[in-house]
Ligand binder design. Structure first.
Ligand SMILES: NC(=O)c1ccc[n+]([C@@H]2O[C@H](COP(=O)([O-])OP(=O)(O)OC[C@H]3O[C@@H](n4cnc5c(N)ncnc54)[C@H](O)[C@@H]3O)[C@@H](O)[C@H]2O)c1
Length: 385
C-alpha cells in the first residue's frame, strides 16, 4: 500500500505530538518538516528522524511529493500557511484556532471547497472515546432534554508573572488568549457532545498579571537556570488570564464556562457537567477514562472506558481493552486515523460527511470567540451570528 506523504510545519510542543500520532497509524509517511530557520529545522529533523527539513515553510509547500500539510505554528501563521498550502494543492490539518478572525476562517473554507481538498482543525479532545460515547447517549435521549451545561478549563502554566510565551502577545496569539486557546476546546467539545449550539454569550474577563516579565533570553538557553531581574523586560498584558462566560443554547438550555490559565495546581483540567431532564453526566479530562452518570433516583454510576461497554460509534476509536488507559496522545491518533482514511477512500470526492472537525468547526469557534470578546468589552449579552 502506498503511504500518504506528509509535511509538518512547526515543531515545538504539538508538532512532535502530531509526528508521534501519525507514525502510530502505519499508513502515513512523514517525509519533511519545516521550522523557523534552517538550524532549528535540522535539529528537529535529527531528533525526530525525519529525512528532509526546511528552514522556510514555503519550500516545504513547494515539495511535490507532499500531499498533506500539518500546520503546528503559533496562531498568527495558521491562516497564511493554510491558505498557501491549499493553493499548492495540499490537504491541510491546521491547529486551533483556525485563523486570527472569522473573515480569514471563511476564506479558508471557500478555498478548500473550490480546490476540493480535505481539511481539519485539531479539536482532538472530541476523540477521547468517552466523549464519542457521551454524544451517542445524549443523541439517544438517555439524558432527556438538556437543561444546563457548566464547566471549566483551568491550567497553571501561566501562574507566575515570570511565566512567558508567545500566547501572551496578541500579535502572535490573537485578541483573546484563554478563551481562544482553551475555551475553544471546551466549547467545541460541548457542542459536539450535546449536539446543541451556543446561541448567545455574556462574558466577564480578568487579567490578573497586567504586566509580565518577558525573559530576554530564548527559553531553551535559560531552562534550568535562575534568572536575575536584568534578564527580564516588563511587558504590558492585554489579553485575559481568566474568563467566565454565561451561555444560552438554541434548545433553551443555560450554561457557564470558566477558563483560567493561572489556576494553581490545575495542570490542564477540562471539566463539564451536563444536566438533563432524566440524568446528568460529568467528565474531567485529567481522568479521561471515567464518565460520571448522575441520577436522582438510584445510585450514581461511573462508566469506565471499556470497548465492550461503549456504543459502536465510540468503540471505533478505542485501540486498547478496558483498564488500559488511553490519553491525550491517543486522541490525536484517532482523529488523524479518521482524517487519513477519509482521504484514502476519497470521502471528499464522494461527498461523504467527515467524521472529524473541519474548517467549518474552526470557523464556528472563531465566531464564538469573537462574540465572547465583544461581550466582555461591552458588558452585554451578544447573539451568535
Ligand atoms: N490541539 C491541542 O490540544 C493543542 C495543544 C497545544 C498547542 N496547540 C496549538 O498548536 C499551535 C502551536 O502550539 P505549540 O504549543 O506547539 O507552540 P510552540 O511555541 O511550542 O511551537 C511552535 C513552533 O512553530 C515554530 N515556528 C514559528 N514560526 C514559524 C515559521 N514562520 N515557520 C515554521 N515554523 C515556525 C516555532 O519555532 C516552534 O517550533 C498553537 O496554535 C496552539 O494553539 C494545540
Amino acid at each position: 500500500m502506498q503511504k500518504i506523504k506528509v509535511g509538518i510545519i512547526g515543531t515545538g510542543f504539538i508538532g512532535p505530538a502530531h509526528v508521534e500520532a501519525l507514525r502510530r497509524l502505519g499508513f502515513v509517511d512523514i517525509v519533511a518538516l519545516a521550522d523557523i530557520n534552517e538550524e532549528v529545522a535540522k535539529q528537529k529533523a535529527e531528533l525526530l528522524n525525519i529525512e528532509k527539513y526546511y528552514g522556510d515553510y514555503k519550500s516545504l509547500l513547494n515539495d511535490k511529493e507532499i500531499e498533506v500539510v500539518h500546520v503546528c505554528t503559533p496562531n498568527h501563521l495558521h491562516y497564511k500557511i493554510s491558505k498557501e498550502a491549499l493553493l499548492a494543492g495540499k490537504h491541510v490539518v491546521c491547529e486551533k484556532p483556525l485563523a486570527m478572525n472569522s473573515f480569514e476562517g471563511a476564506e479558508l473554507i471557500k478555498i478548500a471547497k473550490e480546490k476540493k481538498l480535505v481539511n481539519a482543525v485539531n479539536f482532538n479532545l472530541r476523540f477521547y472515546p468517552l466523549m464519542h460515547h457521551a454524544r451517542k447517549i445524549i443523541e439517544s435521549g438517555e439524558l432527556g432534554k438538556i437543561f444546563a451545561v457548566n464547566g471549566s478549563y483551568q491550567q497553571d502554566w501561566l501562574f507566575y508573572e515570570t511565566d512567558f510565551n508567545w500566547r501572551l502577545q496578541p500579535e502572535f496569539s490573537g485578541d483573546s488568549r484563554a478563551v481562544a486557546d482553551i475555551g475553544s476546546h471546551w466549547l467545541d467539545l460541548i457542542e459536539f457532545v450535546t449536539s446543541i449550539n451556543v446561541s448567545s454569550v455574556c462574558a466577564d474577563f480578568a487579567t490578573f498579571h497586567s504586566v509580565r516579565k518577558k525573559p530576554l533570553k530564548p527559553v531553551e538557553t535559560y531552562s534550568g537556570k535562575i534568572l536575575s531581574p536584568e534578564d527580564y523586560e516588563d511587558i504590558e498584558i492585554n489579553t485575559e488570564d481568566y474568563a467566565t462566560v454565561l451561555l444560552r443554547f438554541n434548545n433553551g438550555a443555560h450554561g457557564s464556562m470558566t477558563v483560567n490559565q493561572v489556576a494553581a495546581g490545575r495542570k490542564n483540567r477540562l471539566y463539564f457537567e451536563i444536566y438533563g431532564s432524566k440524568k446528568a453526566i460529568g467528565w474531567n479530562s485529567e481522568r479521561p477514562n471515567e464518565l460520571w452518570i448522575g441520577k436522582r433516583d438510584g445510585n450514581n454510576e461511573v462508566l469506565v472506558k471499556d470497548p465492550s461497554l461503549l456504543s459502536p460509534y465510540a468503540r471505533e476509536i478505542v485501540s486498547y481493552p478496558g483498564g488500559h488507559n488511553e490519553g491525550f496522545p491517543d486522541t490525536l491518533k484517532q482523529m488523524f486515523a479518521k482524517f487519513y482514511k477519509y482521504i484514502i477512500r476519497k470521502g471528499h470526492i464522494k461527498g461523504e460527511p467527515p467524521e472529524f472537525p473541519t474548517f467549518e468547526d474552526g470557523y464556528r469557534e472563531l465566531l464564538l470567540c469573537e462574540a465572547i470578546v465583544k461581550s466582555a468589552k461591552s458588558n452585554k449579552w451578544i447573539e451568535i451570528e
